[in-house]
Design a binder for this molecule. Structure first.
Ligand code: MRU
Length: 353
């Protein structure tokens, strides 16, 4: 039975529009401190995305939408052609913050297209329209995440051991999340679930954020290091794996947090279903395969330092891709707001659009 209290516990609000600025729950301080930051200009939004103060594909798209408005609101109201140059400049600037999550570009393109569609209107009116779209993108994500959770929980048995990677919850979206929304809704629906949370090196989104969210919601869980996942599968301790995604290609390949590909290979070897929760805003039908997904590379410091302490020799060379690509053939199904999509993904994803 759903109770309002359980719903509330699962729906942390990490992004809030406060009339003239964006308030975020700064994820870099979690779990030790709950710090809210007020972002009052587009530069602050860019920086927050870059530094993962706000992170997770849908949340990045929502934050960038409000950032777009804040960047445009003080642009001169002279004429559309000079305004349009600023629109393109701000979109390019926000788009340079992180390359992999397509939700960022999806949101920026959506705003750009809707500005162009009303180019004959007075500029102040266009600016207000941009804020309206940012709010719409935010509200839509709430409905989408809830629906993904409701659709996806049908794949979870009455008693299930679930493994998840990175953070795909309320912190990564408007609320509930994507893969974590499936878990929340299974729990709210009274299922007896236990969640294995991969710590998710190097930035520990699993340990810092998913473990924090699940603890708030009182969902039974245990934290493991990434390298333990295979052994758990071998021991029969994992019934299914659910992850999120940053970008799905037209053939069903998808990028997600580094370490996801290894989990998918292990899942295949142990005959365990591997589910990917994906809003349509994470799908990029303009690219034919995962080879075309730009993979963000981050500073090696994230590998050789933990919490400010060095854990490797000085000046050690590093390679730090933040995401990997899982090929379509390793994915059991996509869970979207429009339903559960099974292979053949090339055909079935195309039909969605
Ligand atoms: O680098 P991050 O923390 O932004 O990476 C996030 C992920 O990889 C998530 O799994 C993905 O964005 C889906 S969030 C619903």
């Amino acid at each position: 039975m759903e109770t309002q209290n359980e719903q509330q516990k699962a729906s942390i609000q990490s992004l809030e529009w406060r009339g003239d600025h964006l308030r975020i729950l700064d994820q870099t301080f979690l779990p030790s401190r709950t710090v809210f930051s007020d972002l009052r200009d587009v530069g602050r939004v860019w920086d927050a995305i870059k530094k993962l103060r706000v992170r997770g594909a849908p949340a990045i798209g929502i934050a960038a939408s409000y950032g777009f408005y804040m960047g445009l609101k003080d642009v001169a109201d002279e004429n559309f052609s000079s305004f349009w140059i600023e629109v393109q400049r701000i979109a390019e600037y926000l788009g340079s913050s992180r390359p992999t999550a397509v939700n960022l570009f999806w949101a920026l393109d959506r705003i750009k297209n809707s500005i162009y569609a009303i180019k004959d209107k007075p500029i102040p009116e266009i600016k207000e329209h941009v804020l309206k779209i940012a709010k719409t993108i935010h509200d839509e994500d709430r409905r989408v995440c809830k629906q993904i959770g409701l659709n996806g929980q049908t794949l979870i048995g009455k008693k299930a051991k679930i493994l998840t990677h990175c953070n795909t919850g309320s912190l990564a979206t408007s609320e509930f999340g994507t893969a974590l929304s499936m878990i929340y809704h299974a729990h709210i629906g009274g299922k007896n679930i236990h969640v294995w949370v991969d710590e998710t090196r190097p930035l520990l989104q699993g340990a810092r954020l998913t473990a924090w969210e699940l603890t708030q919601a009182e969902i039974p869980m245990a934290l493991i290091t990434d390298s333990m996942a295979g052994f758990l599968m071998k021991q029969g301790k994992v019934d299914l794996i659910v992850v999120g995604t940053d970008r799905v290609a037209a053939n069903g390949d998808m990028a997600n947090k580094i370490g996801t590909y290894s989990l998918a290979v292990l899942a295949k070897a142990h005959n365990i279903p591997f589910y990917v929760a994906a809003p349509l805003s994470s799908m990029d039908m303009s690219i034919s395969s995962g080879d075309e997904i730009p993979i963000e590379e981050r500073d090696g410091k994230e590998i050789y330092e933990i919490g400010g302490s060095k854990i490797a020799p000085d000046r050690i060379p590093t390679y730090n891709p933040a995401f990997d690509v899982t090929p379509a053939e390793l994915i059991t199904a996509y869970i979207t707001e429009k339903g559960i999509i099974k292979p053949d993904f090339a055909t079935n994803l195309k039909a969605l659009f």
